[in-house]
Design a protein around this ligand. Structure first.
Ligand SMILES: [Zn+2]
Length: 296
């Protein structure tokens, strides 16, 4: 089984892979390490994306953060000045599984009003579900989807995700302790998870679609993401990745017809596999417990 998988991965690796880079939870995500500023984190992410010529990047915004920290507005302004786009991620980062439909929709609309000040073209009309939760039942899912479609929202799916968020709090704790060795370990485990999930997504795309669909990577606007972004993009590029705009990725026909099946926070490829009852290898595991325990 393992040998077969390695063989499949090697074959897939020969194919070029187009991928959009998306950044969630703007303007700020995760713990802030000692001596660092939120603007500095955002600036670093922006400058790496620019240096690596990543086009049409979307950052998905929760407006409530700016209500609570008015100074964060400058981060959004800087993002837009850099030529990037802002998408809707609900005002309050709500979980559709935990609130009533009316509350959820009102929160998206509130964020839309907030984002209108920053909108470039139609850029605010891209939505990403917080936690990738789309609702457990059709009665939760359908009205929200219909509302989004009525407002001409496109849904930003995710095919490559390695729980990047989980490294940010661990990093802040290790900075506090000046534990360089632990930080080096974090860097290694981050890159390992990132590459394993990328190769897994390519293998699964090949299994399900007989080709590489245009992938969509989910990252967060956190301190460790900022620290690692250049190395991450370099590694992806060395592995055959070409960065494309999110809009171009969303045009891939794979995303236009998908089946209405849902189990928790599934990424797009898992959902397709689940709907088709297709056999795919399990996603490589992420060391969440270890990350949660380090530098305590
Ligand atoms: Zn989020």
């Amino acid at each position: 089984m393992a040998a077969l998988l390695v063989c499949a991965l090697r074959t897939v690796a020969l194919a070029g892979t187009e991928m959009a880079i998306t950044i969630d939870d703007l303007p700020a995500h995760g713990a802030l390490p000692q001596g660092m500023q939120r603007m500095e984190i955002a600036r670093r992410i922006i400058s790496v994306l620019q240096a690596r010529a990543v086009p049409g990047v979307y950052g998905f915004v929760n407006g409530a953060q700016v209500r609570d920290n008015p100074g964060y507005l400058e981060i959004l302004k800087h993002w837009v000045q850099a030529g990037f786009h802002l998408g809707n991620h609900t005002f309050s980062h709500l979980d559709i599984d935990r609130v009533a439909t009316a509350e959820y929709v009102a929160d998206i609309e509130k964020n839309e009003t907030f984002l209108t000040d920053f909108a470039r073209d139609d850029s605010a009309r891209v939505f990403r579900y917080p936690y990738l939760h789309e609702g457990r039942t059709p009665s939760q899912r359908t009205p929200v989807r219909q509302w989004l479609a009525g407002r001409r929202y496109r849904i930003a799916h995710v095919t490559v995700h390695f729980d990047d968020w989980a490294w940010n709090d661990a990093y802040a704790r290790c900075v506090e302790r000046s534990d360089e060795r632990a930080i080096d370990d974090l860097k290694r485990s981050f890159m390992k998870a990132a590459m394993e999930r990328f190769e897994w997504a390519r293998a699964v795309s090949h299994t399900l679609f007989k080709r590489q669909i245009r992938h969509i990577l989910l990252l967060h606007v956190g301190a460790f993401d900022a620290l690692m972004l250049d190395e991450l993009l370099r590694a992806y590029q060395n592995a055959g990745m070409t960065a494309v705009t999110l809009r171009a990725a969303m045009e891939d026909p794979a995303y236009t017809r998908y089946d209405d099946t849902w189990q928790g926070g599934m990424t797009f490829l898992l959902r397709v596999a689940h709907a088709r009852r297709a056999a795919i290898p399990p996603a490589p595991t992420i060391p969440l417990e270890r990350l949660n325990a380090v530098c305590r």
